[in-house]
Design a protein around this ligand. Structure first.
Ligand code: DSN
Length: 439
């Protein structure tokens, strides 16, 4: 029998079909290996998560929920979604879980759509104090379509100003009270938020996107016993694919599910659902518990090493995976520090610090975190080395006597040292050749 001719662009690998895209992915693979990635919301997903994420489940449409879809052919997809939901319920102890939100912002938007109406009053931590755009910031739909009241942190401690939260809650009686954030280095007192919110009749929502992995591993207190709804992404400290979840009490299940579909979204991304299920399985392992412990240990070691070198840490340190610091006392902006670090092989993001007089595009601070570097095995020794490099970079950037070329030479020297360290720590999920070199 003659072989059936298969069109090469269908049968071929990515490299054969689209070398342009393949080349870019390879370059990003090398970047993720060669750089020290300190953006606290990023990580390295495991090979197993990546496999599920890139699977043929992406070929299927599945509007609706398991057992009640609008398309036929859902036998396997229903199994995947049910498995994912059951694992999420078990990991977080939740009554109901929706695993379909495309990411964290759509998850939060579904809470607004499901649990309040445009024009209602909502409360959240201000973006400039460590909250998220979707917690009521004026440039986000959450601040445009709802009457947003924003609370902040105390100027002296850098911790949530609960007197303000309480006073604003009593004055404005919000329908929704959000807690949690994206640049808050301390334990969030979910019980206190719940007490305040419930005393004024608010539905209380905890956004645990950043700390979901720490909560899963017991390294941060869980909001589930206290609040009504929990939202999260799945790709930060939880180390899954890019996705979102909503956990809620049974009484809100129907409203949340309807808000996600058909309120906001069409078909769920089934390959993502499968990959979330894999990440949740990984999160129950002993190895993951040790990983989460090491994330916090590394962040605290790094915070101490930076403090000793005179860096001004927001709230004085960290309880979690994240450090926020003001570069003003080092004579540079956070923007300048982030660019200088990047030129030295160390990747973070510039960030406003609480009460920052500078604008969001050129703020005073930087935000760093340890989930990704902990995934590749960095420990206490590497944290000391990292603080040393960061100090060198800050000094070089602040030294006005240095010519640009001298500055670049210093950054290049640090980059070489960074690469040498990274070579000793292959990262999960990246592509390497037989000799351990990134492809
Ligand atoms: N972009 C995420 C972060 O970096 O924290 C929040 O959406």
């Amino acid at each position: 029998m003659e072989a059936v001719a298969v069109r090469p662009e269908v049968a071929g690998t990515l490299a054969a079909v689209d070398p342009e895209v393949e080349t870019i992915i390879r370059a990003e693979n090398r970047r993720q290996h060669n750089k020290i990635r300190l953006i606290p919301s990023e990580n390295y997903a495991s090979q197993a998560v990546l496999e599920a994420s890139g699977s043929i489940l992406t070929n299927k449409y599945s509007e609706g929920y398991a057992g009640a879809r609008y398309y036929e052919g859902q036998r396997e997809i229903d199994k995947i979604e049910r498995l994912c939901v059951e694992r999420a319920k078990e990991v977080f102890g939740a009554e109901h879980v929706n695993v379909q939100p495309y990411s964290g912002s759509p998850a939060n938007q579904a809470v607004y759509v499901g649990l309040c109406a445009p024009g209602d009053t909502v409360m959240g931590l201000a973006l400039a104090h460590g909250g998220h755009l979707t917690h009521g910031d004026r440039v986000s739909i959450s601040g445009m379509h709802y009457k947003s009241v924003q609370y902040g942190v105390c100027r002296d401690s850098g911790e949530i100003d609960f007197d303000q939260v309480e006073a604003l809650a009593k004055e404005h009686r919000p329908k929704l009270l959000f807690c949690g954030g994206t640049a808050y280095p301390r334990i969030v007192d979910f019980a206190r938020f719940a007490e305040i919110g419930h005393s004024v009749g608010a539905i209380v929502i905890a956004d645990i996107a950043h700390i979901a992995g720490l909560v899963a591993a017991g390294m941060h207190p869980s909001p589930v016993p206290h609040v009504d709804v929990v939202t999260t992404t799945t790709h930060k400290s939880l180390r899954g694919p890019r996705g979102g979840m909503i956990l809620c009490r049974a009484q809100y299940a129907d409203a949340i599910d309807k808000a996600v579909f058909p309120g906001l979204q069409g078909g769920p991304h089934n390959s993502t659902t499968a990959a979330i299920a894999v990440a949740l399985k990984e999160a129950t392992s002993e190895e993951f518990k040790l990983y989460a412990q090491q994330i916090v240990a590394n962040a605290q070691t790094l915070a101490a090493a930076l403090s000793v070198r005179g860096f001004a840490l927001s709230s004085g340190g960290t309880d979690n995976h994240l450090i926020l610091m003001d570069m003003t006392n080092k004579g540079i902006t956070g923007y300048a520090m982030a660019k200088a670090l990047d030129a030295s092989g160390i990747v973070c993001n510039f960030n406003r610090v609480p009460f920052d007089p500078r604008p969001a595009r050129k703020p005073s601070g930087i935000r760093i975190g340890t989930p990704a570097i902990t995934s590749r095995g960095f420990g206490a020794e590497e944290m000391e080395q990292l603080a040393e490099w960061m100090d060198r970079v800050a000094q070089v950037r602040a030294n006005k006597a240095l010519e640009l070329d001298d500055r670049k030479a210093e950054y290049a020297e640090i980059t070489t040292e960074v690469r040498a360290l990274c070579a000793r720590f292959p990262a999960p999920g990246l592509l390497y050749d037989g000799g351990g070199k990134p492809l």
